[in-house]
Design a protein around this ligand. Structure first.
Ligand code: AMP
Length: 226
């Protein structure tokens, strides 16, 4: 059975790091809408040029654009055995669209990473991306990365990780994305994870919670996307 997973949680909760670890361990792709958009910005595509203004403000890119990106990406062959979506969905409209996509390929496992806001602000001020290709640099086992794992480029702070923008993005999360927790909470495949722990413990908790969720999902009945 395919392992289809979404990671929910505020900016700085560790979604990227945990999504990457989980995807690597299971041999499935990690699909980050933020990384895809940053690459588009870097390449100067039409989508990228329009997205940059919105991203630099800390706002959300339009639902239609992001849903289109995800729909196309999930149809690629490497996602047929499963995927980890990182940063999508971020609005109820995106979650509804994802349910529509997943109706023919359930289940959908939902991992919500919970971290207190004071810790999020502290973490976000340390976050780095590659100046050359825009991909996020994730610390391995505690060691701070010095260059991009993808292209070897130098690492810089994201333009949307400054203090004022970070607080704005947390506000956007509370307003637009947090309601998704209630959207998914009653599903048997929903898992809530304490993301304030050490990264390795979070990784272990996610692995255990996903196994349990798969079991609950398999036992659940009904036609809707789990
Ligand atoms: P991230 O790397 O996930 O923090 O995303 C960085 C920025 O990309 C966000 O602040 C948004 O401007 C944009 N973005 C990423 N994913 C989405 C999404 N699912 N919906 C709307 N905007 C998004």
């Amino acid at each position: 059975m395919a392992l289809n997973l979404i990671m929910l949680g505020p900016p700085g909760a560790g979604k990227g790091t945990q999504a990457e670890r989980f995807a690597r361990a299971r041999g499935i792709p990690r699909i980050s809408t933020g990384d895809i958009l940053r690459e588009a910005v870097h390449e100067g595509t039409e989508v990228g040029v329009r997205a940059k203004v919105v991203m630099d403000r800390g706002d959300l890119v339009g639902d239609d654009v992001v849903i289109g990106i995800v729909r196309e990406r999930l149809n690629r062959p490497d996602a047929s055995d499963g995927f980890v979506l990182d940063g999508f969905p971020r609005t109820v409209a995106q979650a509804v669209a994802l349910d529509d996509i997943m109706a023919v390929r359930p289940p959908l496992i939902v991992v919500d990473i919970v971290v207190p806001e004071s810790e999020l602000v502290r973490r976000l001020s340390f976050r780095l991306i590659c100046a050359d290709c825009g991909v996020t640099a994730h610390p391995g086992n505690g060691a701070a990365p010095v260059s991009c794992r993808k292209c070897g480029g130098p690492l810089i702070q994201r333009t949307d990780d400054t203090d004022a923008v970070v607080r704005g993005r947390l506000g956007v999360y509370r307003r637009d994305t947090k309601p998704l927790v209630e959207y998914y909470r009653s599903r048997p495949t929903f898992c809530s994870i304490d993301g304030a722990q050490a990264a390795d413990q979070v990784t272990a908790d996610i692995a255990a919670a996903v196994e349990a969720a798969i079991g609950r999902g398999a036992r659940a009945v009904g036609g809707r996307a789990l």
